[in-house]
Design a protein. Structure first.
Length: 446
């Protein structure tokens, strides 16, 4: 038998080598578009006859050889189509030949072969397999079943399956009886099991109605019993691990927030030693930017969802902080915030927070000179085009008509443009007819 196997492998190797040589000779030596591919059917059919469906690998190899040889020469459309058809024919011939051979072998071996085959499969399945008759009495079981339940065939064959698995409430027997004469399976039925030998276990049952062919044909049920104790234990470990990681991530956000607040406090202390008003303003702007970042990490630390931020609460905290920072009387400048239920990831929340910080800061500093009263409006909501729209407006003095906000010496407006167009990959528009109005639209990358 081994000698015959080696001989077949040797013959196949020679035939495949000849096929490779023919492809090389016709394509690269003769420079012709046509390969004498009829020879390829010899190893294809032999492989299918010898190794059945495994022999289809030979057909796939020769089909790939014929197609990939196109990379070495330039073929016309007609030749390419012909070779593709030939490649498909290789596989089709191999499949048909293999199937026919399998059918011939099965017809010769008959029922005995099928029984041996089925018995081998049942014996090697890692889960417990049990076949029961219409009275739910055990007809067959595989080796795994006997090992798991620490019993022997003579002790369980003929016993009711519910006597072994337990069925005080009758749920198991009810579900199994429903399967008789139907094709509807029962899947993922968890069963709590307890015995002196095994202790407490959790089994997962799947079952399907079948025809039992021993002697006279009769209805029965095939039951697959999987021990999921280890899986349940692993699930609990994963849940515990995820909880630990959530706590760790919260701690990271908490520490980042504390560090940013520390930097902001250091800037505030340092600004006390600066005499130039312009320099003091620069330090204050830097403080506010850092505070906006710190607020994001604070919201993440306090949130149950560590991946997204409730932006409504964030905007309210940020704007209130800016009002306090610039000493603005809320009675003089009214604030309206219209934010729908929007959850943003960190990658979108940070640039949005910095944009709002800059726009509100500019408005508080320049839009209402000499104690002028006014109004600031901020809206943030999703649109029908699956975008998110941020609209900031005030009714202050507005900006110069000839101002190009994309090309200005103002660091704040330059930063807003970069954040909107480069970071958020969005669009920004300015309307200065009545005060100042910025409209930003972007799509959040998930």
């Amino acid at each position: 038998m081994k000698k015959q196997k080696k001989s077949r492998i040797l013959v196949m190797a020679i035939l495949l080598a000849a096929a490779c040589f023919l492809t090389y000779y016709f394509h690269l030596i003769l420079k012709t578009d046509v390969v004498f591919s009829h020879f390829f059917y010899v190893p294809i059919i032999l492989a299918a006859v010898w190794w059945r469906r495994k022999g289809v690998v030979v057909a796939i190899f020769l089909a790939a050889l014929l197609i990939f040889s196109h990379f070495f020469i330039r073929l016309g459309v007609e030749e390419t189509i012909n070779d593709l058809i030939s490649a498909l024919m290789f596989i089709a011939v191999a499949l048909v030949t293999a199937i026919l051979c399998e059918n011939i072998v099965k017809s010769h071996e008959g029922l005995k072969k099928e029984k041996i085959f089925s018995s081998n499969i049942i014996a090697t399945v890692p889960d417990s397999l049990v076949v029961v008759d219409k009275d739910l009495r055990i007809k067959k079981a595989n080796l795994t079943f006997y090992n798991v339940f620490q019993t022997e065939p003579e002790k369980v064959i003929g016993c009711c399956i519910t006597d072994i698995l337990g069925d005080e409430e009758g749920k198991l027997s009810t579900e199994l009886n429903k399967l008789l004469g139907t094709k509807t399976p029962v899947e993922n039925l968890e069963l709590q099991y307890q015995s002196e030998k095994l202790g407490e276990r959790i089994f997962n049952l799947s079952a399907r109605g079948i025809i039992v062919t021993e002697g006279e044909e009769e209805e029965g049920v095939l039951i697959v019993i999987g021990d999921i104790n280890e899986r349940k234990r692993t699930e609990e470990q994963i849940k515990t691990s995820l909880k630990e990681k959530e706590v760790l991530l919260q701690e990271i956000h908490h520490r980042v927030k504390n560090n940013l607040q520390l930097i902001s406090s250091l800037l505030k202390l340092q600004s006390r030693y600066i005499k130039e008003k312009q320099d003091v303003e620069m330090f204050k702007e830097s403080q506010n930017l850092i505070k906006s970042l710190a607020l994001i990490h604070e919201r993440l630390y306090q949130s149950k969802d560590l991946a997204n931020i409730d932006f409504k609460g964030y905007i309210e905290n940020l704007v209130n902080s800016l009002f306090r920072s610039y000493g603005i009387d809320r009675d003089k400048i009214a604030l309206t915030i219209d934010v729908k239920d929007v959850l943003l990831g960190v990658d979108a929340a940070i640039p949005c927070g910095l944009i709002i910080n800059e726009l509100v800061s500019n408005s508080l500093k320049y839009a209402f000179p000499e104690g002028k009263t006014g109004e600031i409006n901020i809206s943030f909501h999703p649109t029908d085009e699956n975008e998110i729209e941020l609209v900031f407006s005030d009714n202050g003095v507005g900006m110069p008509e000839d101002l190009d906000f994309r090309n200005t010496e103002s660091l704040g407006l330059h930063l807003v443009t970069i954040l909107a167009e480069d970071q958020l990959q969005g669009k920004i528009e300015l309307n200065g007819t009545e005060g100042t109005k910025f409209q930003i639209k972007f799509r959040e990358e998930k």
